[in-house]
Design a protein around this ligand. Structure first.
Ligand SMILES: Nc1ncnc2c1ncn2[C@@H]1O[C@H](COP(=O)(O)OP(=O)(O)O)[C@@H](O)[C@H]1O
Ligand SMILES: [Mg+2]
Length: 290
């Protein structure tokens, strides 16, 4: 985090970010204190001219003839953090599954760079550019190390141990490297899932409610990791969250979804301060009944 300190907090009191600190004197990295700091949006990178990574046009998804997703147009910019917020059932997870090619649209086109999905499953090298972390990670019944190593081994990588060590250090789990992954706490398991996802150096990271039900320390740590991989590695991130404050802390742009459609999308701060659609304001203020 490049901007910190009380002065900044006073100048821009509405934008809150967490910053964690690790106790390096102990073996396990623990959050010693959490302080709120602010990132003025002027300090965030300008992505308005960045290349479009995903282009969606006229995308619908129906289950049993019920259309649950209807996206007229959506562009995801390379290198951005795009938050998808909206009430439960709005279609956020469905959209994420389409972006990860886990499912295919009923109609419309999804283009990743210049690769157009025309109904057929995309080739492996396209699918490998994108990875997802779900709210409830499914970990192998093996050690933490083996979980993080899994994707690397599938790719036949030779530097597995070094990458696993680096990723476990990133998420503060070196001391639990040999623990059975499924015995870890919820927050630790989510950090294993994040390390596993990041180990393969994805171009796109899709996060579906990654911090729901986690304690504030783990939320802060995961948010900091998300920010760092976006800033330092340029990973494009689409974040589904029911927590509008998290969207405001993390996302360059935010899209509000309702009944399968995007009702508004734009620069996060603009959306929060001057929403164009009254339903956006109602949702962000917590006034929307659902
Ligand atoms: N596999 C499925 N089969 C049938 N209906 C589904 C399926 N997946 C999602 N839905 C329906 O699609 C709608 C959107 O779901 P979802 O994308 O999970 O919403 P959100 O993530 O915004 O809460 C919901 O009404 C849900 O019941
Ligand atoms: Mg969902």
């Amino acid at each position: 985090m490049s901007v910190s300190g009380r002065g900044t907090l006073q100048r821009a009191p509405t934008i809150l970010c967490y910053q964690e600190d690790t106790d390096k004197s102990k073996k396990s990295a623990k959050i010693r204190f959490i302080r709120f700091i602010c990132v003025p949006f002027s300090a965030r990178k300008d992505l308005s001219n960045s290349k479009i990574l995903y282009t969606l046009r006229g995308v619908t998804k129906a289950y049993n003839r019920r259309t649950v997703l209807n996206i007229a147009a959506l562009d995801v910019r390379r290198g951005e953090i795009l938050a998808l917020v909206g009430p439960s059932g709005a279609g956020k997870s469905t959209l994420l599954r389409l972006l990860n090619f886990l499912e295919h649209p009923t109609a419309g086109t999804i283009v990743l760079d210049d690769f157009s999905l025309n109904g057929a499953p995309p080739p492996l090298d396209i699918r490998r550019r994108v990875t997802t972390v779900f709210q409830h990670p499914i970990l192998l019944n093996r050690s933490v190390t083996e979980n993080v190593a899994f994707g690397l081994q599938l790719r036949g990588r030779r530097d597995v141990q070094a990458v696993v060590r680096a990723e476990l250090a990133r998420v503060g789990l070196e001391s639990l490297a040999h623990a059975p992954a499924r015995t870890l706490s919820g927050g630790e398991q989510q950090r294993v899932a994040l390390a596993r996802a990041l180990a393969i150096r994805p171009e796109v990271l899709l996060l579906d409610e990654p911090t729901a039900n986690l304690d504030p320390g783990n939320v802060a740590l995961i948010e900091q990791i998300v920010r760092t991989v976006n800033r330092e590695q340029g990973v494009t991130i689409v974040l589904v969250t029911h927590n509008v404050f998290q969207a405001r802390r993390l996302a360059h742009r935010t899209a509000v979804m309702l009944d399968g459609s995007i009702i508004e999308i734009g620069d996060t701060e603009t959306l929060f301060t001057t929403p164009a659609d009254p339903r956006t304001g109602a949702f962000l203020r917590g006034e929307m009944v659902y």
